[in-house]
Design a binder for this molecule. Structure first.
Ligand code: B1M
Length: 210
């Protein structure tokens, strides 16, 4: 769709004002918030990733693109709601130690909140001990771990192992996700669930507590 392509382009050009204008126009034209997120904004971040890999874009610009994307997400956030009926569980969600990526994790947190779960979004670079402390503090029954780097994926296993060592593995369901994470990897490390995107993560979290 032309409008979504234009949203992607304005994100890549870091033209926040025009991007927000286009998002509002797209919404007025009946394009769904989900389509704007997936086919406009996330599509743009995928291109940013390719450019970063090829050396055509550098960290400061990538960060600016991430900030521009967040402004777009703010506009569509209220429209990305799922059925927000009774609370369906308590979630601790964070990015594992050594990993600073948080855009996808924040989207997952947002979708879970709008699906009626109580969400404690605890940030990035979280070590296993801190996750355990936070689970105890909040009485969470779901732990959501995000990783965007192949080098930080093993930290997911270390976190799950630490839960077992501290005797609380049975109290929480563990969901893992992030671009390099797969269902096979989730099985291998003993996670209870894997979700490829924010929408399915929220659905899967609800299913886990039922
Ligand atoms: Co980074 N980075 N980055 N980066 N970065 C990637 C991930 C990379 C793929 C880019 C590339 O080379 N093509 C690459 C990783 C390669 C690899 O390991 N295979 C990479 C690299 C190498 C790095 C650095 C090492 C670069 C360097 O310093 N040389 C460095 C590492 C820093 C660190 O973490 N220690 C680094 C730094 C950064 C920035 C700080 C500049 C910035 C992050 C800003 C921020 O997050 N606040 C950044 C960004 C923005 C990216 C890309 C371009 C975009 C990531 C993103 O936000 N995508 C990324 C390339 C890409 O992914 N195309 C890249 C949009 C987001 C909505 O998608 O996060 O995948 P995503 O989330 C999805 C799903 O994965 C899923 O749902 C989300 C929404 O649908 N999901 C879950 C996520 N978590 C989930 C949890 C769940 C379930 C689903 O359950 C618990």
């Amino acid at each position: 769709m032309a409008e979504l392509k234009e949203i992607t382009e304005t994100l890549l050009n870091l033209d926040e004002q025009r991007m927000l204008q286009l998002i509002n126009e797209a919404l007025k034209d009946g394009i769904s918030a989900e389509a704007i997120l997936n086919d406009g904004l996330i599509a743009g971040m995928d291109i940013v990733g390719d450019k970063m890999e090829n050396g055509d874009m550098f960290i400061p610009e990538v960060l600016m693109a991430a900030q521009t994307m967040s402004k777009g997400v703010e506009v569509i956030k209220p429209l990305l709601t799922d059925d927000a009926s009774s609370s369906k569980g308590t979630v601790v969600i964070g990015t594992v130690k050594g990993d600073l990526h948080d855009i996808g994790k924040n989207l997952v947190a947002m979708m879970m909140e709008s699906a009626g779960l109580t969400v404690h979004n605890v940030g990035v670079d979280i070590n296993p001990e801190k996750f355990i402390e936070l689970i105890k503090e909040t009485n969470a029954n779901i732990l959501c771990l995000s990783a965007l780097l192949t080098t930080t994926m093993p930290m997911m296993k270390q976190t799950i192992d630490a839960l077992s060592e501290s005797g609380i593995r049975d109290q929480v369901k563990v969901m893992v996700g992030g671009a390099p994470v797969t269902q096979a990897f989730a099985n291998e490390i003993g996670a209870d669930a894997f979700a490829p995107d924010a929408g399915s993560a929220a659905k899967s979290a609800k299913a886990l507590v039922h």
